[in-house]
Design a binder for this molecule. Structure first.
Ligand code: TXA
Ligand code: MG
Length: 364
């Protein structure tokens, strides 16, 4: 695990190449940046347009080790050059992430992915079927891997994904290197599905956000590890388990409880959390609660609700997933102490939605 111990060294000489964007570029950069940020922005975060000029700027910032949030079809990612450990370290600083979880490295094609990771027959079939798209494959590192060990949290495996969003794809092509990107929110907050969410959490902490509008899928990628033997579901997400199992003709190992698997430390129960308490499977409402509904039937006492949003009046799980984080944010911002969530079926994308909701409801 030398990668973990090296982090302190990586953070020490943070001496960013940008001109004057950092208030201080010395050994205390991380601490200073956080202090300064409580009182006001320490650097300008640019909102870049979704055109050729914006793309070129975003790629240039990433190539000189800056931080750029960018849209993917799942959620917005906070990107940094995955081959540059200092750049990756700044992701943790900007997010105030308390632990060094392995990050997903985003690449422009399966071909590029193969130069970074070792794909067995199963992994190859999954990549060919679902890339580009909301699937992350954890595979052993290839001998030609250039991704920093900080991005891998010192593991001998690597999480790789080819996103389907056209802006993400164009950006990755222009950068010409793998881009490490966790969701572009501060640690412990919900994942952002548009540029305003990103700025709400990270304004003044990152160089830019490439504004591509709302994310289509709304929940993160499904993570499957292919490390020999039967592939394992590490995190439910945008590609339903059933679709993967149908393709492979076998059941995946692991399930919703895989959340506590130490191989996926980013899946700790406290990861997705609004400030309000979250009460699940609510069939009746208590005074002062905000209501997050699903489907046509309203819970008892709905007229007492502090605020109400419906993930999908038609009971459409795809629509519900697309609204999930944005609605949680809105109800959280309403000031209610508790968000009561209607029952949501456990089929298709419902597994991922319930997984996120359970994390949001976890004690913290
Ligand atoms: O949709 C997504 O996946 C978004 C967008 C931006 O692509 N990204 C995202 O990244 O959700 P993040 O960092 O929030 O989640 C990455 C997850 C973590 O739980 C991490 O532990 C797991 O992927 N992961 C990455 N590499 C891994 C590895 N080698 N072994 C096990 N888990 C790994
Ligand atoms: Mg996240």
């Amino acid at each position: 695990m030398t990668g973990l111990f090296r982090l302190t060294h990586v953070l020490a000489p943070l001496n960013p190449p940008g001109k004057g964007q950092y208030k201080q570029a010395n050994a205390h950069w991380v601490k200073d940046s956080l202090d300064v940020n409580d009182h006001g922005s320490m650097r300008q975060t640019e909102r870049l347009p979704a055109d050729a000029v914006g793309l070129a700027q975003a790629a240039a910032i990433l190539r000189r080790s800056g931080l750029v949030a960018f849209p993917t079809e799942t959620v917005y990612g906070l990107g940094a050059d995955a081959t540059d450990a200092e750049a990756v370290a700044r992701i943790y600083a900007a997010k105030e992430r308390p632990s060094f979880n392995p990050l997903i490295s985003h690449v422009d094609s399966f071909r590029t992915a193969r130069s970074q990771g070792a794909f067995d027959e199963m992994a190859t079939r999954l990549a060919e079927a679902f890339w580009p798209g909301p699937l992350t494959l954890v595979v052993p590192v290839a001998p030609t891997c250039t991704i920093s060990d900080l991005a891998r949290a010192g593991l001998d495996s690597i999480g790789l994904r080819v996103p389907a969003h056209p802006l993400a794809h164009a950006l990755l092509e222009q950068v010409g290197r793998p881009v490490a990107a966790p969701s572009a929110n501060r640690s412990g907050r919900v994942s952002p599905t548009d540029a305003d969410h990103v700025l709400g959490d990270l304004d003044g902490r990152i160089d830019a956000v490439l504004d591509g509008g709302a994310s289509r899928v709304g929940v993160e990628s499904t993570i499957v590890s292919c490390l020999g033997g039967v592939p394992r579901l590490l995190r439910p997400g945008g590609i339903p388990r059933e679709a993967i199992e149908a393709l492979l003709g076998k059941r995946l190992q692991g399930g919703p409880e895989a959340g506590s698997n130490p191989l996926a430390p980013g899946m700790l129960a406290s990861h997705y959390a609004p400030r309000a308490q979250v009460r699940l499977n609510a069939t009746s409402l208590r005074a002062g609660e905000a209501a997050l509904l699903f489907g046509a039937s309203a819970p008892q006492g709905i007229e007492m609700a502090h605020a109400t949003l419906n993930l999908s009046k038609n009971g459409d799980l795809v629509e519900a997933a697309a609204h999930l984080f944005s609605y949680l944010r809105q109800l959280d911002a309403s000031g209610a102490a508790t968000i009561a969530v209607s029952p949501i079926p456990e089929t298709g994308l419902g597994e991922a939605i319930n997984d996120r909701l359970k994390r949001a409801a976890a004690e913290r």
